[in-house]
Ligand binder design. Sequence first.
Ligand code: SF4
Length: 374
Amino acid sequence: MSAAAVPGASTRSIDFSAFRGPTLARELIERIHTLAGDRRINLMEVCGTHTVSIGRYGFRSIMPAGLRLLSGPGCPVCVTANSDIDHAIALARLENATITTFGDMMRVPGSSTTLARMKAEGRDIRIVYSPLDALDIAEGLPDREVIFMGVGFETTTPAIAACILEAAERDLKNFSVYCAHKTTGPALRAIANDPETAIDGFILPGHVSTITGVPPYRFLVDEFHTPGVVTGFEPVDILEGVAELVRMIVTDEPGIENAYRRGVSRDGNAVARALVDQVFEPCDTTWRGLGEIPGSGLRVRDEFAHFNAVRRFDVEVEPTVEPRGCRCGDVLRGRITPNDCPLFGKTCTPEHAVGPCMVSSEGSCAAYHRFHER
Ligand code: SF4
């Protein structure tokens, strides 16, 4: 979702050249090498957009030998559980239903099929670029039930909340949302608690932080003695974030820093958070790879139950079957890198994806494949 779609967000344009300068980038790379020396350091980039930027600029290959940049659970398509995909597929089987969703969700394999295959079989499933498009479709198809499958983190949910309020305003009776939204804090806690991953520092998500602000990450320091840096997506942004993390790790002075001040204010976007609170309430939810995490999901409040597809439609969902041999769960926890998966680049490719991490444009496996990270 564009920043412009977030209530209260700034739309001013920015000259990015300062964040792409080779001189400063080289200085930061040298600084990272000097600070890290031959220490073993595991950093995790939580956000899928960071994974793509890191791959695009080849940063994994120029880090010190002991410093690993591991990808985390920050691609919303990838962390959507098979059971949620299966539920959307069951909704698509309803005689009178039109399913709307973002493009990447179409090819994510459920237990036995995908939304794309259902569409090829004649079901009415449409890609939209904004949930508001789904509202317009509902208005134009008064005899059909238009269901929007919503996935995403704090960046996306304000727009979905606004959409539900707009549907109420327009008195739309045939629009509802299948809500698979998640919040990042509980997932970060699950990762920080994982002894198999042993993350020393987190590159924190720039987009999500525009909404949440910085203080909600403080628990990483207070509970886990682990630093985090909110970071932008340009080369200098990422290198600056890595350098600051390494500094905090080697000096044993963990903190939460904001290295993306041009995009993220300390307190985030209170207007957007209020909108989300008005429409949604926290619930337990299941993440691919991380299992059920208490309080990490959002469900539509009872007040707006008419727009909750789970409440509206009682469908039979097939038993969940995970894709055989797929290691997406371990990739999303940072336990392995994509090329540790035996299927990577062999039976699993972007053209014939076995798991969602190879489907999504921000998936770790797709990024490793695209940028030839081996
Ligand atoms: Fe899953 Fe394919 Fe990635 Fe392996 S390479 S973890 S099968 S998406």
